[in-house]
Design a protein around this ligand. Structure first.
Ligand SMILES: Cc1cc2nc3c(=O)[nH]c(=O)nc-3n(C[C@H](O)[C@H](O)[C@H](O)COP(=O)(O)OP(=O)(O)OC[C@H]3O[C@@H](n4cnc5c(N)ncnc54)[C@H](O)[C@@H]3O)c2cc1C
Length: 442
């Protein structure tokens, strides 16, 4: 069903509830109070905790209430962030389940909304809202992580399609993904940032081989992805051909801002079939991210551990320090949330939040290690915190790397927030074919 076809009063196979449209002010916005009344009326009519999850999510997509800030012709209601925030409150108030979360919702959707064609948005966003289509991020390559614009995976045009060959790495969640946010080089004759195209690549095809990697914390979230003449339709280009860098920056800004400025609908913890199915879905999705709390250093456990182990004055100083840093970081997150609520796109505050997160994680890990000593290296049920300390010690380094390393975040803060001179570059202005690299296929 396409957006805009929800008919009120005809049961769940009907069409869209149009009240908010009638309540738009002359400036074109819907006041939060009007949005609250509309969503409450819609929920009273439609929310049934015993609906199958897929059916409920289809209602969310087609009514636009699942992602109310999205445009009305793209599965949303065109609401401003303050009005959308009250929609979230109304869902939470009655315990209604929200749209799917994950890389599709957090990274692909904002990129498609901003850069994708109408046809692409209509075709791909619905599966993101319903959770039918999971996504992964095919950006990093063996030779190109921080220097992402130096990527060498190539895409060549073949009629209405593109043929893609190359290798990606560190691709989180690639095994379950239906689509990949793929960056590939489509021109070698222009400077490196100008010859990249952003594709929505169907992952389930012969030319895509996903090989899991084993991490030092024994989990296996990442994968290598080998692309051998993989095919993607021309209509799946996000933005313009050769101009994928603009769309990539949107994805990266949202990635840095993750956890700082998301206003989402959170799957409610209520009883009923819809909530049970949402919980199962969350468990499957979270299996990839089960070690992420340890990656953050578990500052939430530091005080409890210090008390349990009778920490001395030196350790107490460190505990107080990490708690103070955590609180300061939360204020920064609130600042970002406020900016998002006012409709501002994510900015360098995402880099500040990310840097603060890695700093707190490292300090927490050091405290956990110091409190329990050598036993912190042991895993198993009878080891400190049931093996959590050991897991913290080997998971924390990943946080300073994922989504752009600490050094890259410092460059962003220096250049975009503090106005310092740009980092010198020797290869940004010459054709990519002339850049000296040991990783150019063909
Ligand atoms: C948990 C996790 C999940 C990830 N998930 C994904 C994913 O789903 N999809 C994906 O595409 N990628 C993913 N990545 C990859 C991640 O984006 C890259 O690892 C990261 O961008 C760094 O790239 P690199 O590993 O090539 O390191 P390099 O870029 O080789 O960096 C090596 C070192 O050099 C430093 N350095 C590099 N350039 C500069 C500079 N200009 N100034 C100062 N110092 C510099 C770096 O800070 C780092 O310390 C993930 C990584 C992790 C750890």
């Amino acid at each position: 069903m396409s957006p805009g076809t929800w008919r009120r009063g005809t049961g769940r196979s009907g069409t869209r509830h149009e009240c908010s449209e009638a309540r738009r002010t002359v400036s074109g916005t819907v006041e939060p109070g009007a949005a609250r009344a509309d969503v409450a009326a819609w929920l009273a009519e439609q929310w049934d905790p015993e609906l199958p999850l897929a059916e409920w999510r289809a209602l969310l997509a087609d009514s636009g209430w699942g992602c109310p800030t999205w445009p009305t012709d793209r599965y949303g209601r065109g609401l401003e962030p303050p009005a959308a925030a009250v929609v979230t409150e109304e869902f939470a108030r009655i315990g209604a389940v929200g749209p799917a979360t994950g890389s599709g919702m957090n990274l692909a959707a904002p990129t498609i909304l901003r850069h994708g064609s109408d046809e692409l948005a209509r075709r791909l966003l619905r599966g993101i809202v319903t959770g039918e289509d999971k996504w992964c991020q095919l950006f990093s390559e063996p030779g190109n992580g921080s220097d992402l614009a130096g990527l060498t995976t190539r895409a060549e045009r073949d009629g209405d399609e593109w043929v893609v060959s190359g290798q990606k790495v560190w691709t989180t969640g690639a095994r379950d993904a239906a689509f990949g946010m793929l960056l590939a080089r489509t021109s070698f004759d222009v400077p490196k940032h100008r010859g990249i195209t952003y594709f929505a690549l169907p992952m389930r095809q012969a030319g895509v081989e996903v090989r899991p990697l084993r991490q030092m914390n024994n989990y296996s979230s990442f994968n290598e992805v080998f692309l051998t003449e993989a095919r993607v339709r021309g209509a799946n280009v996000v933005g313009e051909v050769h101009d994928g860098w603009a769309a990539a920056l949107t994805t990266l800004a949202h990635e840095r801002g993750l956890g700082t400025n998301r206003i989402g609908l959170i799957g409610a913890r209520t009883s009923g079939r819809t909530a049970r199915e949402a919980a199962t879905e969350a468990e499957e999705v979270n299996a990839t991210y089960v070690w992420y709390p340890q990656r953050a250093g578990r500052p939430d456990l530091v005080l409890e551990q210090a008390t349990a182990t009778g920490a001395g004055p030196v350790h107490r100083q460190a505990v107080a320090d990490v708690i103070a840093r955590g609180r300061t970081a939360r204020w920064n997150v609130e600042r970002s949330r406020l900016a998002a609520a006012r409709g501002r796109p994510p900015g360098p505050e995402g880099s500040v939040a990310k840097l603060a997160g890695s700093d707190i994680a490292r300090r927490s890990a050091a405290i956990h290690g110091a409190l329990v000593g050598a036993a912190g290296m042991l895993s198993g049920a009878d080891s400190p915190l049931g093996g959590i300390v050991a897991e913290i010690l080997v998971s924390v380094p990943g946080g300073s790397i994922a989504g752009g390393t600490d050094e890259i975040q410092k460059n962003i803060v220096g250049e975009r927030a503090l106005g310092l001179p740009r980092e010198p570059s020797v290869d940004a202005d010459i054709p990519f074919s002339q850049v000296l690299t040991n990783r150019r296929p063909g």
